[in-house]
Write a protein that binds this ligand. Structure first.
Ligand code: NAD
Length: 500
């Protein structure tokens, strides 16, 4: 009965928002296919309430000392670490990824919290003494105010944590709009902030879909928007919010290529392709979805990948399997549709994930690991971001052909090259038009103190996430020129100020 189903509420002003929602969404357990909760979907009214709560909290948080802000950050870090398994369980229950993977995403999110604990150092400005006689100049960086974060379903903990630890540490106040498909983790994170002593209203969560996002993009008090999701929505968010005068970073979709040169260790390359292709059922923006096999390596590589795929166990993420279900039935059906499309286009279906026998309930959103060989660049399985457990092998004749293929792709999020030739690897990292590059590393997600972001259709805006670019995004610069007057400075001078 619907009345027995758990209700997931917004978190506004330091507490759950009790007012009934006009609309709600259903949250599935992807491993059983059952509805396990409903989530309130915000309209403009709830978004306005969250922005107002944040705006009220801003003056106090902006003016809180760096010591105080850092103490809250350290407290939050301890709490997330202590409650890591609870967060991971919430992710697995709503997203479907296996528990070890969910725990890994919390760890990667915590790295950004640890980075943000160093905010006193990160906010240090510059100072120049005596730029003119008795005149000094200093530069400072100040927070923006209310910032909106809109996040995708595939990393319900890590992706919001790419942004909000830095935003909060820098003195901003946050309204997070998580994915409506797996919203529980964001509420747990809000509770953890409260437990850490973050003042009410500094961190708010509004659940919802397009109407909630649209209101955030239009709200005059929202100064900046960090978005992560598919490319069409990222482009829309970027154009709409910059049009409304906001600062925007909008990270979009991906199609990540792993180039394997003939001199590579093919066993290690096959391990990497399978791990990076099917981890989290391929629902990662940094998943490898295309293996570019440079001949004469392709036959041996495809054979090794196929052998390894046969050992993978697909099933309920709580049962120690390697790969879980897809996030919803609709998404599973969409991904499965690409298997027919690939066959019709003439690719060789080496492993068909529709034949999987899952270790899980029959109603789960299952699709097993799938491998296509002899994929051509004009096939939809190559051109589209499938975002599921479907790996394509494109065979090419040379390094130059591989590079040209990768650079012609509209996306530029991540890529990897597998080789033992240092010169070839160096050439690739220099020549490839992609934002994050791995050399014998299949998923090169940067550490928190570097910045995460792709090129081309994988990111709209100038600034990548976290690292110093994240700090820059959530602050604005001010330069102060000062002189302490004494009587010798008197007299009028209407000329343009120059040094003297
Ligand atoms: P999505 O674009 O469907 O949704 C992302 C967010 O936008 C959600 O919060 C959703 O509610 C909202 N949204 C959806 N449609 C909207 C619309 N028409 N107008 C306004 N808001 C809208 O993405 P998803 O399916 O949740 O996530 C998967 C996508 O995210 C993939 O394309 C993946 O590559 C991408 N992704 C990219 C990165 C990156 O770093 N580049 C990281 C993770 C995920």
């Amino acid at each position: 009965m619907m009345s027995d189903v758990r209700r997931i509420r917004h978190w506004i002003g330091g507490r759950p928002w009790d007012a009934p929602a006009a609309r709600h969404g259903e949250v599935y357990d992807p491993a059983t296919g059952e509805v396990q909760a409903t989530v309130d979907l915000a309209d403009a009214e709830e978004v306005d309430a969250a922005v107002a709560a944040a705006a009220r909290a801003w003056p106090g948080w902006r003016d809180a000392s760096l010591t105080r802000r850092t103490q809250v950050l350290f407290g939050f870090r301890e709490i997330v670490n202590r409650r890591k398994q609870e967060l991971a369980a919430a992710v697995t229950a709503e997203h479907g990824k296996v528990l070890s993977d969910a725990s890994g995403e919390v760890t990667r999110g915590l790295e950004v919290v640890e980075f943000a604990c160093g905010i006193p150092h990160l906010l240090k400005g510059g100072f120049s003494e005596q730029v003119s006689t008795n005149v000094d100049v200093c530069s400072i960086r100040q927070p923006l105010g209310v910032v909106g974060i809109v996040s995708p379903f595939n990393f319900p903990v890590m992706v919001p944590m790419w942004f909000f630890p830095v935003a909060v540490a820098a003195g901003n106040v946050v309204v997070l709009k998580p994915s409506e498909k797996d919203p529980s983790a964001s509420v747990l994170l809000a509770e953890m902030w409260a437990e850490a002593g973050l003042p009410d209203g500094v961190f708010n969560v509004v659940h919802g879909d397009k109407p909630a996002v649209d209101r955030l993009l239009a709200h005059p008090e929202v100064r900046a928007v960090s978005f992560v999701g598919s490319t069409p929505v990222a482009r829309y968010v970027y154009e709409t919010a910059t049009g409304a005068g906001k600062r925007v970073q909008a990270l979009g979709g991906a199609k990540n290529h792993m180039v394997v040169l003939p001199d590579a260790d093919l066993d290690l390359a096959a391990d990497a392709a399978v791990s990076a292709g099917f981890g989290s059922a391929g629902e990662r923006c940094m998943a490898i979805s295309v293996v570019v096999a440079v001949e004469p390596a392709a036959d041996a590589l495809v054979e090794r990948i196929t052998q390894r795929m046969a050992t993978l166990r697909t099933g309920d993420g709580r049962r120690g399997c390697d790969m879980g279900p897809l996030v919803t039935g609709a998404h599973r059906d969409k991904v499965a549709g690409y298997l027919d499309a690939g066959v019709q286009a003439g690719a060789t279906l080496v492993v068909d994930g529709r034949n999987v026998v899952p270790d899980g309930a029959p109603g789960g959103f299952w699709l097993g690991p799938t491998l296509f060989d002899r994929v051509a660049p004009d096939m939809s399985i190559y051109t589209d971001e499938i975002f599921g457990p479907v790996l394509s092998v494109v065979r090419v004749g040379s390094y130059d052909e591989a590079l040209a293929l990768v650079n012609a792709n509209r996306y530029g999020n991540g890529t990897a090259i597998f080789t033992n030739d240092g010169g070839a690897a160096r050439r690739y990292q220099h020549e490839v038009e992609v934002g994050m590059v791995g050399v014998n590393v299949p998923i090169p997600v940067p550490m928190a103190y570097y910045s995460f972001g792709g090129w081309k259709d994988s990111l709209f805006g100038d600034t990548h996430a976290h690292g110093t670019e994240g700090v820059h995004f959530y602050t604005r610069g001010k330069v102060v020129t000062s002189r302490w007057l004494d009587p010798s400075h008197g007299g009028l001078d209407l000329g343009f100020p120059t040094q003297s």
